[in-house]
Design a protein around this ligand. Structure first.
Ligand code: ZN
Ligand code: ZN
Length: 250
């Protein structure tokens, strides 16, 4: 997923398989410059990096932010995944420059974008991001372990999503699925709506769909979410999908 402001270097959220499609829209002549805000290093959030054509050029640069790992600095741990025999090329052997920044609970400036990093409950070190850029705010909370009561919300999560124009949030399960997978690190559609409403978000994008759900299942979940949103006064909820583009601001 990518944030783009005309005339500025893009910011991508995580390095999942969607990075390949985004790569098709970016220069492959060595002029690519961008930033990746990585929530955590589970496979589904990092496996796209080798398949990002712009970084296979001398001169290209990708600066990666992500949570500090108990096993060591982020770059070192990431390198342990992208190396032989799992993959033939270590990130340091790519033609473009890949750099890493460990972050956990801080505010950073990326170009003209103000970025807030805060811890998010999940399995293992995980953060969420809020980007305030060009008069627009977006929060990205991709994997969020809901509490047992499905009501309480971590203050760090509320801070990230406070009044945002767009909240991109985990919405993986129905209540019945959550009951069976309560500790798998994710939340229900209703919980996503609850978080968005409590934080005063203007729009909610349902994200991190369950791999076993069909398009019809997702339509049904969206209907559930719209009912729940009406109930709590959340102005808009929609389901995210591949190649979806959302215009924010003027
Ligand atoms: Zn995860
Ligand atoms: Zn995930």
């Amino acid at each position: 997923m990518a944030l783009e402001v005309p005339g500025e270097d893009p910011i991508v959220f995580d390095l999942g398989t969607g990075l390949r499609l985004f790569g098709d829209t970016q220069p492959t002549d060595g002029t690519f410059k961008g930033t990746a805000l990585v929530t955590h290093i589970h496979w589904d959030h990092v496996q796209g990096l080798p398949f990002f054509p712009p970084i296979h050029q001398v001169g290209a640069a990708l600066d990666i932010y992500g949570p500090h790992q108990e096993e060591g600095p982020l770059g070192e741990v990431f390198g342990g995944l992208m190396c032989r025999p799992y993959f033939p090329v270590h990130f340091s052997e790519l033609e473009g420059d890949v750099t890493f920044n460990d972050v956990t609970d801080e505010d950073v400036k990326i170009g003209r974008a103000k970025v807030k990093v805060r811890p998010v409950p999940h399995n293992g070190p995980t953060v969420g991001y809020r980007v305030d850029w060009d008069g627009v705010s977006v929060a990205y909370i991709s994997d969020h372990q809901a509490p047992h009561d499905l009501k309480s919300i971590a203050p760090s999560v509320l801070e990230l999503a406070d009044g945002v124009d767009l909240l991109i949030h985990d919405a993986q399960y129905t209540p019945a699925e959550f009951a069976k997978k309560e500790t798998w690190g994710h939340c229900t559609v209703d919980y996503a709506v609850h978080v968005a409403a409590e934080a005063g978000a203007k729009r909610l994008a349902m994200f991190h769909h369950d791999p076993s759900h069909s398009d019809e299942d997702l339509d049904r979940l969206l209907e559930m979410a719209r009912c729940a949103a009406l109930h709590v006064g959340l102005p808009e909820v929609f389901s995210s999908y591949e190649r979806l583009s959302v215009q924010l601001g003027e």
